[in-house]
Design a protein around this ligand. Structure first.
Ligand code: ADE
Ligand code: ZN
Length: 315
């Protein structure tokens, strides 16, 4: 099964580029850019990566991103992930980036996007990996700040395919971003949003009904509402599920409790993704392997999930 997972060409649809920052690169960039980080060793970073909720993770995650300053840093970050894609036989990836994590520290939008897109362009030529970019708004900030980010993106519109919504879900409902999503759709962007990771089913319903997204990121709490399950199935709404992330952030108790295969058998368009692989103990193949080892996923399950990853992509 490990060989099957390795050998199948795969697509990844839910990946935060800031969440691919491995401790080794964090230390190198911290030194180069003279940024203080609260860790002395790689072991200390790994110890800090023990979370009890989404928020406890996000606090550490945003602090880590402080080492990213120059265009070359964003290039190096993205290129390192793309080399892992090559090693794991990921042939297409749809990458999220959070401009506000950087622009709020005084880094220019163009520094971020140029570094990322130069790596994507090189990967297309040298590694034969195709990609799209998803610009995510931070939902703990205001809708006005999201509008400002949409404006910042205007000169780079040809480089960004979709708009997304991430960060702290609880207390930041989809309704807060209804207007900016409407405007993004008008401007021609595809739409995705995190929902039902920690938030209850009302967050998923509102993401569908108010934001009109093409895909739901996570969505695992959908099984708490029979009508919602039916709606997702009927309308073939893709869910980009991230099993190792859900266990690490305690959205589910353990991998054995994960509902991904139940959702798949019910007929939902679920896909497997790594979310923030440097923080959650594995990239895409390790997520698939966990489903085999701990949930008894079969060859047919894996093949269906991989097929979904292409069908639910924006290709
Ligand atoms: N940003 C990075 N990873 C995230 C996640 N799993 N949920 C919400 N926001 C995120
Ligand atoms: Zn995510």
């Amino acid at each position: 099964m490990k060989d099957l997972i390795q050998n199948l060409p795969k697509a990844e649809l839910h990946l935060h580029i800031e969440g691919t920052l491995e401790p080794e690169l964090m230390f190198r960039l911290a030194k180069k850019n003279s940024i203080k980080i609260p860790y002395k060793t790689i072991e200390e970073v790994k110890e800090a990566y023990s979370f009890n909720s989404l928020q406890s993770f996000l606090d550490i995650y945003y602090a880590g991103a402080n080492v990213l300053i120059e265009e070359q840093d964003f290039f190096d970050l993205t290129w390192a992930y793309l080399l892992t894609c090559k090693a794991q036989n990921i042939v297409h990836t749809e990458i999220m980036f959070d401009p506000q994590t950087h622009t709020n520290r005084g880094i220019k939008f163009k520094t971020v996007i140029n570094g990322i897109t130069k790596a994507l362009y090189r990967a297309k030529k040298e590694l034969e990996i195709s990609s799209f970019l998803i610009m995510s708004f931070l939902r703990h900030l205001t809708q006005e700040e999201a509008f400002k980010t949409l404006k910042d993106a205007e000169p780079f519109k040809d480089k960004i395919l979709a708009v997304g919504l991430d960060s702290s879900e609880l207390g930041n409902p989809p309704s807060k971003f209804e207007k900016v999503f409407k405007e993004a759709k008008k401007q021609g962007y595809k739409l995705v949003a995190h929902a039902g990771e920690e938030g209850d089913t009302s967050y998923i319903w509102d993401t569908l009904n108010l934001l009109h997204v093409d895909r739901i990121d996570h969505g695992i709490r959908c099984d708490e509402d029979e009508k919602l399950l039916e709606y997702l199935k009927e309308n073939k709404i893709p869910l980009t599920v991230c099993p190792l992330s859900n266990v690490k952030l305690k959205a589910v108790k353990s991998m054995k409790n994960h509902n991904i295969l139940k959702l798949l058998k019910y007929g939902l368009h679920v896909t497997v993704n790594s979310d923030d692989p440097a923080c959650f103990g594995g990239y895409l193949n390790e997520n698939y392997e966990a489903l085999v080892n701990e949930l008894g996923a079969t060859k047919e399950d894996i093949e269906k999930l991989v097929k979904n990853s292409f069908e639910d992509s924006f290709l």
